[in-house]
Design a protein around this ligand. Sequence first.
Ligand code: ZN
Length: 201
Amino acid sequence: MSDSPLTLNVGGTLFTTSKDTLTAESEYFRALFSENFASPLHNGSIFIDRDPETFAHILQYLRTNRFPIFHNSNKGFDLELYANIRSDALFYGIDSLVEFIEKKRFEEQVEVIVTQHTFSHDFISQTLSSKLVIESVHRIEIEEEYWKCPRGIYAHWSSNRCGKECWKRMENGDEGGSMTRTVPKWVAVCTERVYKEVTQV
Ligand SMILES: [Zn+2]
């Protein structure tokens, strides 16, 4: 009946779990449920005077064997939370989680992909996917071919748009035809964070 539900009261917050979940990885819970101890139950639950917020992450790990990812693109890793989890993992005797944090294996969970994007305008942040973080933007100039209508007609933007009158003007020496010009472009170097799941082996 070791898989039947039991209630933990951690710092005033109740958690329902099972003995199997608790004892698979945790030396603390193995000791608590060992025969050397009297029943740890008081009023139907086991009271543990630790932080319930970090325990929620500890329990999540015990349930799934998936190491926690505390990362955000702007702030990076939440080192304070990892430190709190490490302190609790030490208390509960969960070696795999302690090692995961001490060896900074959480860094393996986040892959940084660098990409470059070229724009003809400089209002880049409005057009990029919000998943991308802009690391730097630089302005470059490139040579671009374009068609110039000798009559300056805006709708004549390629050779087949110009008509007989346009060609006649060019024959008479008016400036027109295939030209090159220098245009500015903005190149944004971006990074994207991709999360990978790391499970205990
Ligand atoms: Zn034309």
